[in-house]
Design a protein around this ligand. Structure first.
Ligand code: FUB
Length: 343
């Protein structure tokens, strides 16, 4: 598991880092590489995690999130959320994606009819984030990328949700370095400044995937996240409005849309009646973690629910993260019990 540091060292280090005598509730799943943005799925009874692979890059540019200069993806696997983690090596390298230039950010994966699909955002040669897809006959890859990005996609953080009827939907979008603010009506507006107070908050996007899983079956639409009065959030509501890291799961027939609030560092959630929403804000899933970013996935395994997330316990640096997992619990009314990552 932790090949570089013994657990006792990690624990001591984390207590010092967290301060205030608080201890992380979970330990890093791996420490031989830095990992973040974990998208976890159960395929064939086993857990597969599709994370970003954080690196210290000497060529990273400092602006617009350029410090996150990732160049490949590894797939991690676990027999259960408590078991050893296996790193299955490089699943896709940026050099093997013809149209990609820099910054391979948070990926996700899906399965259909004997094929596994890896969805990933990366900047093209015009420095615009697009979302690509790569396929494999194995959940751990290696994946072969399609020659072009998926038409109609942009920005970052794709999350693919399989509904009970077998349809798949892609959610995507992230503001600031994720460039969502530069898109309106699915058209690139040129480099736009970050949203300002007094403006309506930017919304994530959704599109149904085509039967072959390699295209959007429709134009991307905005996903509405509403407050308890049915109003859209303003940018001023930055402790509740969408920023990045969309994820959708279904619980007791309802659709749970969870996301990061970015600059206020919460993972929040909102509930809706269908994949398109609207979703009504319900509360916080995960309070802020060590490091600037907060990014998660929620998955059911053998009747229990788990949240995979990351923090910077090992490095203390925002761009060098380590993934973790902890159980997620519901109240009887279907609301999620808020998780504090440090006790
Ligand atoms: O990993 C790079 C970016 O950091 C992701 O796309 C965001 O969600 C944030 O976690």
């Amino acid at each position: 598991m932790n090949k570089l540091l013994p657990l006792s060292t990690l624990l001591l280090f984390s207590i010092i880092v967290v301060g205030q005598n608080k201890t992380p509730i979970s330990k890093p799943l791996v420490s031989h590489i830095f990992t973040a943005d974990p998208s976890a799925h159960v395929f064939d009874g086993k857990i597969y995690i599709y994370p970003s692979h954080d690196i210290e890059s000497p060529t990273a540019k400092k602006e617009d999130g350029g410090i996150f200069d990732m160049k490949d993806f590894h797939v991690l696997s676990m027999d259960s959320p408590q078991s050893q983690v296996k790193d299955n090596g490089i699943a896709l390298d940026i050099q093997d994606v013809k149209w990609a230039n820099r910054q391979m950010w948070a990926p996700d994966a899906a399965y259909k009819n004997g094929t596994y699909f890896l969805y990933f955002p990366v900047k093209d040669n015009e420095d615009i984030f697009r979302i690509g897809v790569a396929t494999s006959k194995s959940p751990i890859g290696p994946f072969k990328a399609e020659p072009e990005p998926i038409k109609g996609t942009y920005s970052v953080d794709p999350a693919v949700f399989r509904d009970s009827d077998g349809n798949h939907y892609m959610y995507f979008g992230g503001i600031w370095g994720g460039q969502l603010q530069s898109w309106k009506d699915n058209q690139y507006q040129g480099k736009m400044s970050n949203p300002k107070k007094g403006e309506t908050a930017r919304l994530p996007r959704i599109a149904k995937l085509s039967a072959d899983m390699k295209n959007l079956a429709e134009d991307a639409k905005e996903v509405k996240i509403l407050d308890e009065n049915g109003n859209l959030f303003m940018e001023d509501n930055n402790d509740k409005r969408f920023f990045e890291a969309a994820w959708v799961h279904k619980y007791q027939g309802k659709y749970y849309f969870s996301y990061s609030t970015g600059d206020t560092h919460n993972i929040c959630y909102a509930i809706g009646d269908n994949p398109y929403g609207p979703f009504t804000y319900k509360g916080i899933v995960l309070k802020p973690v060590l490091g600037w970013t907060n990014h998660h996935s929620i998955v059911e395994f053998q009747g229990k629910w788990y949240i995979y997330y990351h923090d910077t316990e090992i490095s203390g640096k925002t761009h060098l993260r380590n993934i973790k997992v902890t159980e997620l619990k519901y109240n009887t009314d279907g609301s999620i019990k808020t998780i504090e990552a440090y006790k």
